[in-house]
Design a protein around this ligand. Structure first.
Ligand SMILES: Cc1ncc(COP(=O)(O)O)c(C=O)c1O
Length: 384
């Protein structure tokens, strides 16, 4: 797969929202899809599947097969031992957030969310009638971190859940073992249940290490639901497939009180492509993360040299750059400014919570040439 060799004209033929939402003069660098092709084994699988019209209902045992592949992968990558029986296959990770809120809390009870955060976290809590406890990240040590003191003060008898995002979208933080241990002490102290979204765990850069929250201790595992999928790292979000791992049978039983049919079916293509990604995709993933690593450095250098009034901390994971534009004083707001004046579609920081006001998120999972155009358009609009 050639990362540098991407034709904008071909991207514009895509029907997905990234390239079709805005008018043709706009370069999109918003929603978290990559501009790269999928890895060869997935491409081959999809080609063959369509060629023989094999898009009927999946076999009933396909989810169990995927659970076994996932468990082997977690053992290999993180030394995390999972019983495949404790894995449920879902349609998507956001569904897992909603179902966890419904299964593990009552209406009116509280769910903690560290902000800024991937917007569906913020929607899931009020959508299910729960109370959002926002625990803003702080950036005192040169990188974003959790405000543990504030968190301790925020939890009351009605707080039931922590919706945790690690690696964190949009800041790109990969929380350290020490941070996870402190968080886990608070969770245990207050008898919370954790729903840990680890969808970006395959997109980690050198220097950072992903530690699944459930591996912090057996006590933590027994109160943690881990959600993940192959969709971000292998660029197959449209295929719809994710997994939830339960650290205890009782959590899984409560979750499964919501009948499987109410959860919706799983795409046969999603199941098959996820299985291939997790069993045969590692070489492609390594190559892709290496290219993204250079892109993240390119973004950091470009912002430092050409947009020095922005603030940006190089992400430790994800292909997303969270950029503080408050000192640029862009009118009416950075997202609209860059869309209208630079013809670049970024993610609006305000969607990630009130502390995202004045920020934008840049998706840098594209060729260096397209990324250069995106950044140059931004700099020219600011300086022009
Ligand atoms: C943290 C996080 N969770 C979940 C998702 C979406 O996952 P899904 O499409 O499986 O719901 C994203 C997509 O960007 C994400 O960044």
């Amino acid at each position: 797969m050639r990362y540098d060799d991407i034709e904008i004209a071909n991207l514009r033929r895509r029907r997905g929202e990234k390239w079709s939402q805005y008018s043709p003069e706009v370069l999109p660098a918003w929603v978290a899809d990559m501009d790269f092709s999928v890895c060869a084994p997935i491409q081959q699988l999809l080609d063959e599947t369509i060629a023989i019209g094999d898009i009927g209902y999946p076999r009933e045992d396909n989810p169990q097969e995927l659970a076994a592949i996932f468990a082997q992968r977690m053992q290999r990558k993180f030394d995390w031992e999972i019983d495949p029986e404790r894995v449920e296959v879902l349609t998507d990770v956001v569904q897992g957030l909603y179902l966890s809120l419904l299964a593990f809390s009552e209406r009116g009870q509280g769910a903690i969310v560290q902000t800024p955060v991937y917007p569906p976290f913020l929607h899931a809590v009020p959508d299910t009638g729960r109370h959002l406890v926002a625990n803003p990240l702080v950036s005192t040590t040169g990188r974003y971190g959790i405000d543990f003191d504030q968190l301790r003060g925020q939890i009351d008898r009605d707080t039931r859940l922590l919706l945790f995002c690690n690696p964190q979208n949009p800041t790109g933080r990969v929380f350290t073992r020490a941070e996870l241990e402190t968080l886990s002490d608070i969770v245990l102290e207050h008898d919370l249940i954790v729903c840990s979204d680890e969808i970006h765990a395959d997109l980690i850069y050198p220097g950072a290490e992903h530690i699944p929250f459930a591996t912090v201790s057996p006590e933590m595992a027994s109160r943690t639901v881990t959600l993940t999928s192959a969709t971000k790292a292998f660029n197959i979000a449209g295929l719809r497939c994710a997994v939830a791992v339960f650290g205890s049978g009782s959590l899984q039983t409560r979750f499964n009180e919501i009948p499987a049919h109410a959860r919706g079916g799983i795409s046969s293509l999603g199941l098959a492509a996820t299985a291939i990604a997790w069993s045969e995709g590692q070489a492609w993933l390594d190559e892709t993360v290496a290219y993204l690593d250079d892109n993240r450095k390119f973004v950091a250098n470009f912002l430092r040299d050409h947009l020095p009034d922005t603030k940006h901390r190089t992400p430790e994971a994800t292909y997303l750059a969270w950029v503080d534009c408050r000192d640029l004083d862009l009118s009416p707001d950075p997202y609209s400014f860059f869309l209208e004046r630079a013809c670049v579609a970024l993610s609006d920081g305000r969607a990630f919570g009130p502390d995202g006001d004045g920020f934008v998120r840049i998706n840098f999972a594209t060729s260096r040439a397209i990324l250069t155009q995106v950044l140059e358009r931004m700099a020219n609009a600011v300086h022009g």
